[in-house]
Design a binder for this molecule. Structure first.
Ligand code: ADA
Length: 563
């Protein structure tokens, strides 16, 4: 299951999740005909969950047989492969994709009836070719970590829909655009209409170029539509229907909500009303599944966040599984979604693949997740070199790219450069990662006031401000009356001091605790040695979601705080 709702009524979609053949592959052995698939692994899944691959970093090949009943074109949809995928169908190379956290597809045209073979060669190794997946303070797992489906497509199909709500003259409108993809080498005309809440809206006629993409859409009025909000997260199904020669031939369903987000007068507004984020940073990580979350565990995390009193989550540090975003849409949890990057130095940003790989993940994130009403902020490049002129040029390029793709959401990036930051003028919201009480002994309130001053002095004047990370390690079960660093008591003290300061500062538009759950990190030397047990232990719950002492502290603040 790729989403929490049915995505098509006309187009046939078959899930490919289940048990796949698998074998690890050394680079020199990559001869697809000679592979001896000795294992069965689940898809979605991370190979680290198998006893023979607990720390395996390298390549693996997955194989699945695909039965086709009638001649058709097939579109294989991969929601996430960690981190590089090479797709082969009946031995023919179809597509490649980099980055674990965005979806991609591969098309096999005019497939004859019978049995076929899909092979996915997956690579999770590190090297210059991978500028974003690097040894880091979270774990890059290996495998097909998110769902896979195969769709039977006609030569013309709806690739995606972009729904942008507009509040104008006391009523709801929306701009809706559909991208139509043509996989045949001739021109073709078509007509498209949308359906929402029982009503039909004609988008008009389109002309699809040979082997190209065309776009149709318009702005439509939706009188009487109910607004989406955290208190009342009303969702509507939006169906696009494509007709060729007067006959319905394809469709695509999205789930949308009517809401607008603005960042004005130093605050953030949802439907014109100021909001304050009471949030956590969350890594998609769990010891039993790695980064390949089943719906049950996603829902359990969302339940815990609500129980903590949160109204928001930051998808640190990459785009999340769409099913988690669907859950946030349904529950009214506000989402800060960010591209994939954590703590890259200027030298790492100079990797020859960095700009291209960022451009790709930004585009895929915004295009694929555009319709989630829960996403209210796009962010980029957590703690990278935004304190340098060379870094600034890349921040500028990426923020402009995202603004071009979607002008309906405010943009930010989380900075730890304090008074050395030089990119606040480029964003709509200023966000600080500061760790008072953990990496230093500063007073959280005083530091927060200083940070406001740094922002005001360097391009952030008048912009809303968020404390995007704060916290401290607490090793689950390590309790000691000394309250030394690392005890659950000390962690609770740090969280208490931070929350008490931030909830008292009316100029803040939100706070995101680092972090929701403990997570696995890359085994390494240097600073990674400070991560006892190859784990980042700043979670409010441990890796198995057992609450630490700080849990009750967070509840006390978040449940009682309203701006
Ligand atoms: C940074 C970073 C996080 C995490 C955190 C920590 O701010 O953004 O990913 O590494 O520090 O635990 O120190």
């Amino acid at each position: 299951m790729t989403r929490l709702f049915q995505t098509n009524e006309l187009r046939k979609v078959h899930p490919l999740d289940g048990s796949w053949d698998f074998v690890s592959v050394k680079e020199e052995e990559l001869d697809l005909d000679k592979l001896d698939y000795r294992y069965k692994l689940t898809v979605p899944g991370c190979w680290e969950m198998h006893p023979d691959f607990l720390t395996y970093r390298g390549r693996g090949a997955y194989r699945k047989r695909v039965i086709v009943k009638e001649k058709t074109s097939l579109r294989f949809v991969f929601k996430g492969v960690s981190h590089t995928a090479h797709i082969y169908f009946d031995g023919l190379h179809l597509a490649d994709h980099y980055n674990a956290y965005t979806a991609f597809h591969a098309i096999a045209k005019d497939v004859e009836p019978g049995e076929h073979e899909l092979v996915v060669v997956v690579d999770n190794s590190f090297g210059e070719f991978s500028s974003l997946h690097v040894p880091n303070d979270y774990y890059t797992y290996g495998g097909i970590i998110r769902p896979v489906a195969v769709e039977e497509i006609k030569h013309l199909y709806i690739e995606r829909i972009a729904f942008t709500p507009i509040w104008e003259n006391d009523g709801w409108k929306a701009n809706i655009q559909a991208n139509i993809r043509h996989v045949e080498n001739r021109e073709q005309t078509y007509s498209l209409r949308f359906r929402l809440n029982g009503k039909e809206y004609e988008a008009g006629l389109g002309e699809a170029a040979a082997d190209g993409t065309s776009r149709v859409g318009g702005t439509f009025e939706f009188p009487g539509a109910e607004a989406w909000s955290p208190e009342n997260p009303v969702l509507y199904e939006l169906r696009a229907i494509l007709s060729v020669d007067g006959k319905e031939s394809d469709d695509l369903i999205e789930r949308v909500g009517f809401r607008v987000v603005t960042a004005e007068a130093g605050s953030i507004q949802l439907n014109g009303k100021d909001i304050v984020f009471k949030g956590v940073n969350r890594h998609e990580d769990h010891p039993m599944v790695g980064s390949a979350f089943p719906l049950q565990l996603m829902a359990a995390d969302a339940d815990l966040m609500t129980d903590l009193g949160c109204n928001a989550v930051r998808t640190s540090h990459y785009p999340n599984d769409e099913r988690f975003l669907d859950l946030c849409d349904e529950r009214g949890i506000l989402v800060w979604e960010e591209n994939h990057a954590r703590g890259l130095s200027l030298d790492q940003m100079r990797n020859p693949n960095f700009r291209r790989q960022c451009e790709q993940v930004n585009r895929e994130m915004v295009e694929q997740h555009h319709n989630h009403p829960s996403i209210v902020i796009w962010a980029i490049l957590n703690e990278c070199a935004s304190d340098t002129l060379e870094g600034r040029a890349m921040y500028k390029e990426q923020l402009e790219q995202i603004r071009e793709l979607d002008a309906s959401r405010p943009l930010t990036f989380a900075s730890h450069h304090r008074d050395k930051e030089i990119c606040f003028d480029l964003a709509d919201i200023v966000s600080f990662n500061l760790y008072p009480g953990w990496y230093g002994d500063e007073d959280p309130g005083e530091l927060c006031d200083l940070a406001r001053g740094w922002a005001d002095a360097s391009g952030g004047l008048g912009k809303p401000m968020i404390m995007s990370e704060f916290g401290g390690d607490g090793y689950y079960g390590y309790r000691d009356p000394s309250r030394v660093r690392g005890t659950e008591e000390r962690q609770a003290d740090i969280i208490e001091a931070n929350l008490s300061a931030y909830t008292a500062r009316s100029y803040l538009s939100g706070m995101f605790i680092w972090q929701f759950c403990d997570c696995r990190v890359t085994e390494g030397t240097d600073w990674l040695l400070t991560r006892a047990g190859t784990r980042n232990s700043k979670g409010i719950v441990d890796t198995y979601r057992r609450p630490k002492l700080a849990y009750a502290t967070v509840q006390r603040y978040y449940k009682n705080f309203e701006k």
